[in-house]
Ligand binder design. Structure first.
Ligand SMILES: O=C(O)C1=C[C@@H](OP(=O)(O)O)[C@@H](O)[C@H](O)C1
Ligand SMILES: C=C(OP(=O)(O)O)C(=O)O
Length: 763
């Protein structure tokens, strides 16, 4: 992602005519400094009980004038910014309510307080109701320093400012407060007052309380403060914030009492668990806690660096990643795409339930498989890594998982939710599975129904959607189940539940689907048999740990296979790709269309066939896609539709209704994008007809702006399409690419595509 603009020249200017900052400390002073630095043309005055702060503010050139009597400073003011400690807000608001009638109608009031519910209550008491011109806010920036002399014009640059507007807020007032903070260089976002107070209790107030407490405890034990002479980096890092302004923090803890107490309860419970582990020398529990924490801390770094999809999803719900791809470009070179997503999920699941230590290499460090990994940490499994695709899982055995403290969040991943459902149905504890907005729309009845036949108790939301609530302690019984759809996720779910069931669990599939679960179970020494369309296993066995080598994901490789298949002169080799027969629909379909594909260096790793795939450009022709290839290429269709748009003649797909229940309705999402590019097509319920251009001397279609609907495969498919477009293709909502293919943009650039990332729009 591109760096956000930092230079003051490029920030939108703040147009207020006259600002009044009430409380001229570090926060108010830094806002004045930032505005001055941005070229703010208006007048700034300040009100502070401390005359020397005002004098210093004037001397530093931050404010034009000031005084200690609020009522006297309100003439002609356009915006008032309250930067006094939280408990002083009420008297300031009362004065404002009494005096503001003298000022212009248009005055907007905002604040910078660290808690929001109490300040909203103050406003309601002072004004009789929440005025629509009040927009409460909180800049997430600060320093242990205080006073106007510590003002820093860069304090807010790239920092978040959370605004908590009430439903009756005046849209103009909100826009003006947003403009104020953007001019100071901040990223502005919005949330409700309640959510703000809960989030801040955990992320800011609790850490401050702990730092104050630790320093105070140590200082009391050592009156002469001798001990601090020996305190090194860890102490310094942990306690820096204990130097913060005591009055301000007293006010915050009084104001945000309930949310702070609830986060403190959680913390005390965690501390008690650690105490117990230390006392009893419980090395596994210590390692599990530290590993989880260390991983979470690294993950937090990726959030800060905005390198993660989750960062977009959780911290910037209104900000999206956009790809801009220039038309043309090349498709040349050797590359290795990341590890297989299906196998990465399964390696963690089976490794966790195994006896012994499982070493995984080639693990996909994408958000989907990382969410699976994190969920097992939350169930007490010690997992080291991932470090460059290597993960070490300390298996806990079939019955060693522990109840997680809360819901297990599996992000965007249908695979994880469905496989987890089977596995959790066999546990002794209750559990809840949740996911992101896209996953929340996907059907889970397909696993809940057969699991109920096995004896599980599972509640879903309306229409069989997530979240799933799974009752622990069920006595599962094996079933003989004919799946109504060809789904590896349903099959795998039932096989995993079958591990815990009495007797035999048999699953019949209407067409072959990926068989990674069966292969990996066999690899862990658990017998899974197959005859024709049916596979089965006996419950009650055990898994034995062993090494797993995850090959590159053929679903990710597909984008580059199609890139080369449509680009004259292309020659790409994809290394070490998994070519399991249940996954090679894309190779078969492209070959039928006339692509020049060869497999080199074919061999087997850990029970899965792999090869290097070389593909050189050859003109494509439209085909009727054989129905038996559909489940074998299910995730590859968005990219194959782009191949079809470049082929000569019509390509017809039928029997692919499953595409409608993926991360998006992939038939409709692709049809909508193809329409924007000007590609003729006809949508039917279970497929699509696409008319290809087939003339490789001219571009195959135009450009345009496409909504990927937050679906990674839609985003990457239209990025590849640009190789044969006549104009730029701009694709919105691409953060989700990180769920399956975190390096996609870098590799696309590597082969010669002209793709750039436009970053976050923060409005
Ligand atoms: O088992 C798996 O790992 C997967 C199975 C497929 O889903 P269905 O089982 O719903 O077809 C596929 O679309 C998904 O990306 C991964
Ligand atoms: C459908 C996909 O994944 P999942 O079902 O795990 O969300 C996919 O990766 O294309």
């Amino acid at each position: 992602m591109q760096a956000l603009e930092t230079s003051a020249d490029s920030r939108p200017p703040c147009q207020e005519s006259r600002l009044l900052i009430v409380g001229l400390g570090l926060i108010g002073g830094s806002l004045a400094a930032a505005l001055r630095h941005s070229g703010f043309k208006g007048h700034i005055s300040a009100c502070d009980a401390n005359a020397s702060e005002i004098a210093q503010g004037i001397e530093l050139g931050l404010i034009d004038n000031g005084g200690s009597q609020l009522a006297e400073l309100l003439d002609d003011v356009s915006m008032v910014i309250l930067a006094v400690p939280v408990l002083a807000m009420e008297s300031v608001m009362t004065t404002l309510a009494a005096s503001l009638h003298r000022a212009s109608e248009n005055v907007v009031i905002t604040d910078v307080g660290s808690t929001k519910a109490t300040i909203r209550d103050c406003a309601v008491r002072a004004f009789g109701e929440m005025p629509s011109s009040v927009v409460l806010g909180h800049p997430i920036a600060g320093s242990e320093k205080s006073g106007v002399s510590a003002s820093d014009p860069a304090l807010y640059v790239h920092h978040k400012v959370i605004l908590t507007p009430e439903p009756n807020v005046d849209a103009g007032a909100l826009a003006r407060v947003q403009a104020l903070w953007k001019a100071a260089g901040a990223d502005v976002l919005q949330m409700s007052v309640e959510r703000h107070d809960q989030v801040l209790a955990r992320t800011s107030h609790l850490p401050h309380l702990l730092a104050f407490s630790l320093v105070d405890t140590l200082a009391r034990q050592d009156e002469r403060l001798e001990i601090f002479r020996y305190a090194a980096g860890g102490f310094r890092d942990f306690t820096r914030i204990a130097g913060s302004d005591p009055v301000m923090w007293r006010d915050i803890f009084i104001a945000n009492r309930d949310a702070v107490l609830s986060s403190l309860d959680d913390f005390e419970a965690g501390l008690a668990r650690l105490r117990q582990a230390v006392e009893s020398g419980d090395s596994d529990s210590l390692i599990a806690t530290f590993d989880r924490a260390s991983h979470a801390r690294h993950y937090f770094d990726t959030l800060l660096n905005k390198t993660s999809y989750q960062a977009e999803y959780h911290m910037q719900p209104h900000g999206k990643v956009t790809y801009r791809v220039k038309p043309g470009g090349k498709a040349q070179g050797r590359l290795r795409v990341p590890g297989d997503k299906s196998m990465s999920h399964r390696s963690i699941m089976l490794g966790a339930l195994a006896e012994g230590v499982t070493e995984v290499k080639g693990f996909l460090e994408g958000e989907d498989s990382l969410a699976t990994l994190q969920s097992f940490r939350e169930m007490g499994v010690a997992i080291e890594g991932p470090y460059q695709g290597r993960v070490t899982i300390h298996g806990v055995g079939m019955h060693g998982l522990k109840a997680p403290a809360g819901p297990l969040y599996v992000g965007n991943s249908g695979t994880a939710m469905r496989l987890f459902a089977g596995l959790l149905a066999g546990q002794a504890f209750d559990s809840e599975l949740t996911g992101d907005e896209s996953l929340t729309k996907r059907p889970m009845g397909r696993v809940a129904d057969p699991l109920r036949l096995m004896g599980a108790t599972i509640d879903t939301a309306e229409g069989g959607r997530p979240p799933l609530n799974i009752k622990g302690g069920a006595a599962l019984k094996g079933i003989d189940y004919a799946m109504p759809m060809a789904s590896a996720q349903v099959k795998s779910c039932l096989l995993l539940a079958g591990l815990y069931a009495e007797g035999e669990t048999r699953v019949r599939e209407p067409a072959p689907t990926r068989d990674h679960t069966e292969r990996m179970l066999n690899g862990f020494g658990y017998d899974v048999s197959r005859e024709g369309d049916t596979c089965w296993l006996q419950g009650g066995g055990k898994l034995t740990a062993g090494p797993i080598d995850v090959p590159s994901d053929i679903s990710s490789a597909t984008f580059f296979l199609v890139a080369a298949a449509i680009t004259p002169g292309a020659d790409i080799t994809l290394e070490h790709v998994g070519i399991n027969p249940t996954r090679i629909g894309v190779i078969n379909i492209l070959s039928l269309m006339g692509a020049d594909l060869t497999l080199e260096n074919a061999h087997e790793v850990g029970g899965e066939p792999v090869a290097d795939i070389r593909i050189r450009y050859a003109p494509l022709k439209g085909i009727d896609i054989p129905v038996d290839q559909v489940p074998l290429a299910i995730d590859e269709f968005p990219a194959l539709f782009i191949a079809a748009a470049n082929a000569q003649g019509k390509t017809r797909l039928r029997g692919a209704e499953e595409l409608r229940v993926k991360e998006s309705d992939r038939i409709q999402a692709m049809a909508d994008g193809l329409a924007i590019l000007g590609v003729n097509h006809t949508v039917v319920e279970d497929g699509i007809d696409i008319d290809g251009n087939g003339d490789d001397s001219v571009p195959s279609y135009g450009g345009g702006r496409i909504d990927s609907l937050g679906d990674h495969r839609i985003a990457m498919s239209f990025a590849i399409a640009s190789l044969r477009a006549s104009d730029d293709i701009i694709i919105d909502d691409c953060a989700n690419v990180a769920t399956s293919f975190p390096d996609f943009v870098a590799l696309a650039q590597h082969i010669g595509m002209r793709v750039s990332v436009e970053g976050v729009n923060d409005d």
